[in-house]
Design a protein around this ligand. Structure first.
Ligand SMILES: C[S@@+](CC[C@H](N)C(=O)[O-])C[C@H]1O[C@@H](n2cnc3c(N)ncnc32)[C@H](O)[C@@H]1O
Length: 250
């Protein structure tokens, strides 16, 4: 398993690979069928880099277990890898709800749930910018994982906060619940997209289309919201592509 997300942390890519393989082997594992599903998608799907790595799934599952998560909401399902990792985290008596606007990906995810006999997951079709506000969970979620369109992150967070007010009869996130958000550093570009950053220079040449969007500004806005919001206790984890973590205090 390649851990290219570690490049730069250690003296060279070879050492990074070995360190992350070692860390993977010394962290509570995922079931084999799940790592095999990840490998299968990596081998056969063009957009497989949408998925979090298996090691990131191990790390996030650990966070979920730490807070005893039984109810997880995932914004951005793709083909269901991380949804199934959350399913494993919460156990058969827990529940995972995913929001996904691509019917094709939602379908692939549902087929995977069926194939692996997973009964505690569901996918809500539609644009999460709308479906998130419409959710009325019978019990609040313990953990919400944001991993859809980066330009939507500030709006997702604003909705979560607004719909999780103390005293509200139907809240999205419970007090003490966690918000996790993937890709909040975008290969370091969110913190540094100057010419000092070779990745920025390379990307501006090779992915001109990407730079016309407002993802970086929106991710910066999101990261600022996470740290300025008094109701949140934030930690920006500069691992993988950057994971924003925050505990809801009230
Ligand atoms: C990075 S992928 C999710 C990967 C998945 N969490 C995993 O690690 O296995 C992002 C997904 O969000 C979906 N998406 C993007 N914008 C969305 C939106 N506005 N509403 C719902 N889903 C969206 C995309 O179709 C894509 O499947």
């Amino acid at each position: 398993m390649k851990h290219c997300e570690a490049a730069g942390l250690f003296p060279n890519e070879k050492v990074s690979e070995r360190v992350f393989s070692y860390a993977t082997a010394h962290t509570a594992t995922l079931p084999q069928w799940l790592t095999e599903y990840h490998a299968d998608i990596c081998a056969n799907e063009e957009k497989s880099n949408y998925m979090i790595s298996t090691f990131q799934a191990q790390g996030m599952n650990w966070l979920g277990r730490l807070i005893g998560a039984k109810r997880v909401l995932e914004i951005g399902v793709y083909v269901g890898f991380s949804t199934m990792a959350w399913s494993y985290c919460v156990g058969p008596d827990g529940k995972v709800t995913g929001l996904e606007f691509s019917p094709q990906y939602a379908d692939m995810a549902r087929r995977a749930f069926q194939k692996f006999g997973i009964k505690n997951t569901e996918v809500v079709d539609g644009d999460a910018l709308e479906t998130l506000s419409d959710l009325q969970p019978s019990e609040p979620y313990d953990l919400i994982f944001i991993d859809a369109n980066k330009s939507g992150y500030p709006s997702y967070l604003a909705t979560i906060l607004e719909k999780s007010r103390p005293g509200s009869s139907s809240r999205l996130l419970r007090p003490g619940g966690l918000v996790l958000a993937d890709n909040i550093l975008r290969r370091g570009l969110v913190a540094d997209d100057s010419i000092d950053n070779p990745q920025a220079v390379k990307e501006k040449l090779e992915r001109a289309e990407y730079w016309k969007g407002n993802d970086l500004e929106k991710l910066r806005e999101f990261n600022d919201m996470m740290v300025k919001e008094e109701r949140l206790d934030p930690f920006l984890l500069p691992l993988w592509d950057g994971v924003g973590c925050a505990k809801l205090l009230d």
